[in-house]
Design a protein around this ligand. Structure first.
Ligand SMILES: [Zn+2]
Length: 116
């Protein structure tokens, strides 16, 4: 069993992704709330990320990706979770309203900059 690289103090195990060959850190105790299907082969866990509606094969267990429970990783990725939680379509009209009310001298430059 390994320790978390983010130094959160928790223990983790690695699931070898059979499709990519990469090692995915997961919490060592199987968790039905996770989305990683894995089964032990010669003392190591092999598996893959569950696809929608995929049934759990016999002898396999569900693991929780450690990045979802790691307090350090969650802290580092805070801006990402905030961006996902914010409703995108609602912020864009507000931005357009703001720019229309402010003096629009830099507008041609902005359009050239955003359009490749
Ligand atoms: Zn951690």
């Amino acid at each position: 069993m390994a320790a978390c690289r983010e130094k959160c103090g928790r223990s983790i195990v690695f699931v070898r992704m059979t499709e990519t060959g990469k090692n995915l850190p997961v919490d060592p105790v199987p968790d039905e709330g996770g989305n990683v299907y894995a089964h032990p082969v010669h003392g190591r866990l092999f598996g893959h990320v569950r696809t929608a509606g995929e049934p759990l094969p016999d002898g396999w267990q569900i693991y929780m990706p450690h990045v979802r429970t790691c307090v350090v990783a969650l802290h580092l990725n805070r801006y990402e979770t905030g961006a996902r939680g914010a409703p995108g379509p609602k912020t864009q009209p507000a931005l357009f309203d703001l720019t229309s009310q402010t003096p629009s001298s830099p507008e041609p430059g902005q359009q050239e900059g955003t359009t490749p």
